[in-house]
Design a protein around this ligand. Structure first.
Ligand SMILES: Cc1ncc(COP(=O)(O)O)c(C=O)c1O
Length: 436
């Protein structure tokens, strides 16, 4: 062993600012499928999938082969100087992948935040309007514009303002903690219709370029709006010429059992952002949308030195091959069903679980002190994360209060590894429940 976690942690503390978030003092050496090996030779079952970037698993052989092949041939030219086929081939594939019958176009970038920023630029350009409607509990990235759009303050936004003007934030359909104090379904999804009042109290609809939302919140704690929510919002937006921009950076690429989560709600967004699992662990993001909207920007208005670089494009094309060859959507559905069944069984047994929610393999457990008060069990959620880590399973606690155990399990994880991971998570939840 050449390095230990503790010596690397000491070096990290001296060289890397404390603001850079790290879940634990563990350094990875290699990873494959659903398992990460640390520098001390210890195995971890990864229920976070590199925070949603490893839907086809860590270092999928088809992806690593495509990457190394591409590295030998062409690593970088900058698409704006020398174009290459991979960029165009991927754009073609992405245009076919998103819902809607009309022509579409796709532009490639580096990070999720960069995709959202560019999507907003495109929406503003296409509509000639400046205002944006965003949502509480949604997260869109850590650049100034995307933080301004994000509805989670601590620790993401603290100390970094001012943020861009003309962002108006609506409550989201967080039914377990309904912002309007109503119950689904008798509420008749009043939170979506609230957009009409919002136009009276917050912003003129004729000034709004787009509404931006996650179909299911990631960092916001897997909040999953009811079936009527997005179609209702989309209908109101259409009345006013407002574009629907869906941030599928976390929900996309099969995470929810459909290629894109918006398919579950049966509506067609005008613009979609993708990143994370798009290139199986390589750096890549995309904005895909209606061709007339995407073409509103003049030549030269969109770009980036590394955006859609040849190696990331090759990785993303390999990811799409894996989806077909291994029927990843069916795997997502199967894995999601299995994990949800286990979560629901724990919920039947443990008072600490207030709600099980999510779609496909994007699932969350909201932990509460008791089901009557629904008081967020923040410390207990932290204890679950800590105990899981101590026993070799990585999970995250997130959400508005940090009390939602969130899983983004690689969709290719084998049953044996999955079951071992669930056993550890179940034991940690039982201990937290016993500590009530
Ligand atoms: C829904 C969503 N949008 C945007 C982002 C930002 O992506 P990136 O970290 O690649 O900038 C994230 C990252 O977690 C995300 O979950």
């Amino acid at each position: 062993m050449t390095h230990s976690n503790s010596t690397l942690s000491a070096r990290r503390d001296a060289a890397v600012p404390r603001g850079v978030f790290t879940l634990q003092d563990v350094f990875a050496l290699r990873a494959l499928g659903g398992v990460v090996l640390d520098v001390e030779g210890r195995e971890y079952i990864d229920f976070t999938g590199g925070i949603g970037a490893c839907n086809v698993g860590h270092s999928h052989p088809r992806v690593t082969q495509a990457v190394s092949r591409q590295c030998q041939e062409l690593m970088h030219t900058c698409f704006h100087i020398f174009q290459y086929e991979g960029y165009v081939a991927l754009a073609e594939r992405l245009c076919k992948l998103v819902p809607g019958d009309g022509p579409k176009k796709a532009a490639l970038f580096n990070s999720g935040a960069e995709a959202v920023e560019n999507a907003v630029k495109i929406a503003r350009c296409a509509t000639g309007r400046h205002a944006i409607i965003a949502f509480e509990d949604n997260f869109h990235g850590r650049t100034n514009m995307t933080l301004g759009l994000s509805g989670k303050v601590h620790p993401l936004k603290k100390g970094f303002g001012p943020y861009a003007p003309e962002v108006y934030r609506m409550p989201y359909a967080y039914c377990y903690r309904c912002p309007m104090g109503l119950d689904y379904p008798s509420c008749d999804v009043a939170c979506a219709d609230h957009l009409r009042d919002f136009f009276r109290t917050h912003v003129d609809p004729e000034a709004v370029a787009c509404l931006v939302a996650e179909p299911v919140t990631g960092l916001g704690g897997v909040v999953t709006p009811p079936p009527e929510y997005f179609p209702r919002l989309a209908g109101i937006c259409r009345e006013h010429g407002i574009l629907m921009l869906m941030d599928e950076i976390q929900t996309g690429m099969g995470r929810t059992g459909a290629m894109l989560a918006c398919e579950h709600w049966g509506f067609t967004p005008d613009i979609i952002t993708l990143a994370k699992s798009l290139a199986g662990g390589m750096v890549l993001s995309a904005v895909v949308g209606r061709a007339d909207v995407m073409d509103a920007v003049e030549p030269g208005g969109l770009g980036s030195t590394f955006g859609g670089n040849p190696v990331s494009c090759a990785a993303a094309l390999a990811v799409l091959e894996v989806f077909e060859a291994e029927d990843i959507l069916a795997q997502a559905e199967r894995l999601g069903r299995k994990v949800k069944k286990q979560f629901e069984s724990w919920a039947g047994e443990l008072e600490i679980i207030g709600e099980v929610r999510g779609k496909g393999a994007m699932l969350g457990l909201e932990l509460v002190e008791d089901r009557e008060s629904r008081t967020p069990a923040v410390e207990k959620a932290q204890a679950v994360v800590k105990e899981c880590l101590a026993n070799g399973v990585v999970v995250l606690a997130q959400g508005r209060y940090g009390n939602v155990i969130r899983t983004l399990i690689p969709l290719t994880m084998t049953d044996d590894v999955l079951e071992r991971g669930l056993e550890v998570l179940g034991a940690s939840l039982r201990n937290a429940d016993g500590a009530r």
